[in-house]
Design a protein around this ligand. Structure first.
Ligand code: TGC
Ligand code: FAD
Length: 428
């Protein structure tokens, strides 16, 4: 594990330092058994000391450094690339990778980082997930040793920024039909020429390296290419930003246009062929989202609870006194708690090499759906004030629509699960 990441860690004290605002105490229960609304099913008990410490480091950074800037960033639709440098300083990027300057923590610890970041904003988590799981993950799993040594340490520090181009204007849920193509350079030996367009690509306008999936003309098979902006002659690579988004405004999203863009053969991922390349990286990113979005829901619960206790209606009663309000909080807290346990379980299996893509589809779908549903319901507690961005709930709701859509829209994950359950493919 990275020394930097460890240095930030106050260790055991962390668990005890958590607020212990509890419900009732019962004379029949053990004195150590307590219900806390922030962690109703006691998921912390499943975490190792190291995981608790990583989580605390990430939470502290996010609350102290990210939270103060998110409101203005969201209003301005601005992403500050320094965020990746700060995360790199703390060892939060590519944290599950062993070696190459990365922390080498467990999958659960990696997901606790995404939860901490997404507690502030899904867009900040997006920028980090793309860098960590989709770009560093792709290079680590499929790149040559030279590519790993050249790019991973710089990406881990946030000195280079990465983007991952799979989705195209005409092919989103069905990336197997992609049109981007790579052919041997007719004049320059040892190079491919890439042509095609990708859209809705997180980080693309500011990316130094872009993992681009394209079909090799000779074989028609999908292959992964590392496009290094510095190596691209003028006019061969354009990455315009997509502006005026209705969600994820604190992240930066754009397109990738490749026009006869020369890419050296050593930047081709040598072994992997077909959709299992991008989908292997997506397994890790989808896993991170599954616990990440719980952070956003937990923030909605915290804010809605505080508002309901403060706001008085009818005879001076706090909203929190009314049953309908309590049910909204109970539903949301239950889904957050169940979602957390499911994600920890799949993370443990992933660490042991026993997680399947269907398990990840199940928790990505369930958690994103429940989080979006509950966030929309909790928004009602704020009444008209929910419309003010200063109450911080509308931003989560808008972001969570995106988390349900990208990395496989929820209905697509239903079909992946349906195929696994019935043996019949429904999406072709
Ligand atoms: P299908 O026949 O199912 O599979 C084709 C090949 O791929 C392999 N494969 C996987 N391998 C590893 N992990 C997985 N999860 C895999 N899923 C499939 C499969 O074994 C097969 O291999 P082989 O060797 O036999 O060729 O392919 P299909 O074309 O029928 O796929 C359909 C479907 C629905 C499963 C798939 O296309 C899908 O998941 N669509 C959703 C698209 C998606 O997730 N796009 C994500 C874009 S990246 C993004 O959104 C980043 S946002 C990041 C951020 O900002 O946080
Ligand atoms: P479509 O595929 O057109 O689907 C539209 C609707 O139809 C969905 O509800 C879908 O579930 C449904 N549908 C499609 N096919 C079927 C079917 N067979 N049966 C039933 N329903 C179906 N992509 C990247 O490659 N890299 C990135 O970094 C990235 N970042 C993103 C950031 C943002 C802010 C956004 C919004 C998207 C990003 N994406 C990225 C793209 C994202 O992965 C796609 O938007 C997503 O995969 C869905 O594709 P689509 O938008 O083309 O929708």
């Amino acid at each position: 594990m990275s020394r930097l990441l460890l240095r930030q860690l106050p260790g055991r004290v962390l668990a005890r330092a958590l607020p212990t605002h509890a419900g009732r105490t019962y004379s029949s229960s053990s004195p150590v058994a307590q219900f806390t609304w922030e962690d109703p099913l006691g998921s912390k008990n499943l975490l190792t000391e190291e995981e608790l410490a990583v989580s605390e480091t990430a939470e502290r950074y996010c609350q102290e450094r990210l939270l103060p800037r998110v409101l203005q960033a969201y209003r301005d639709e601005h992403y500050d690339p320094k965020i990746l440098l700060e995360m790199g300083e703390l060892g939060l990027l590519g944290a599950t990778i062993k070696g190459y300057g990365c922390a080498g923590v467990s999958n659960v610890a990696g997901a606790l980082i995404t939860r901490a970041v997404e507690r502030v904003d899904s867009g900040y988590r997006s920028g980090m997930s793309v860098q960590s799981s989709l770009v560093m993950g792709a290079i680590h799993d499929f790149g040559s040793e030279e590519l790993k040594e050249k790019y991973l340490p710089e990406l881990a520090k946030g000195r280079l920024i990465g983007a991952f181009g799979l989705t195209e204007p005409n092919h989103g849920s069905d990336p197997g039909s992609m049109e981007a193509v790579a052919r041997e350079h007719p004049q320059k030996k040892g190079y491919y020429l890439l042509n095609g367009s990708k859209t809705w690509i997180t980080n693309s306008p500011i990316a130094d390296v872009l993992v681009v999936w394209a079909k090799l003309q000779e074989t028609g098979k999908i292959r992964g290419f590392l496009v290094d902006r510095k190596q691209c002659p003028a006019g061969t690579l354009e990455t315009p930003a997509i502006k005026n988004k209705t969600g994820l405004r604190a992240s930066i999203t754009g397109m990738i246009h490749l026009q006869d863009c020369p890419v050296p053969k050593e930047n081709l991922f040598p072994e992997v062929e077909g959709l299992k390349g991008p989908f292997t990286c997506l397994n890790s990113a989808r896993y991170g989202i599954a616990l990440g979005v719980i952070g956003a829901l937990e923030d909605c619960i915290k804010r809605a609870r505080a508002y309901a206790l403060e706001r008085k209606q009818f005879k001076g009663n706090p909203l929190a006194k009314y049953q309908l309000i309590q049910k909204k909080l109970a539903d949301a807290a239950t889904d957050a708690a169940y979602g957390t346990l499911a994600a920890i379980q799949v993370g443990r299996l992933k660490d042991q090499g026993k997680a399947t893509p269907e398990m990840i589809s199940m928790i990505k779908r369930q958690n994103c759906d429940r989080v979006l549903y509950n966030a929309r319901i909790l928004q009602e507690i704020f009444g008209g004030n929910a419309v003010s961005d200063e109450y911080m709930i509308g931003r989560h709701v808008a972001n969570l629509y995106v988390t349900q859509t990208y990395e496989g829209q929820s209905d697509i994950h239903s079909l992946i699960l349906g195929r696994a359950i019935t043996g019949i493919q429904a999406f072709v």
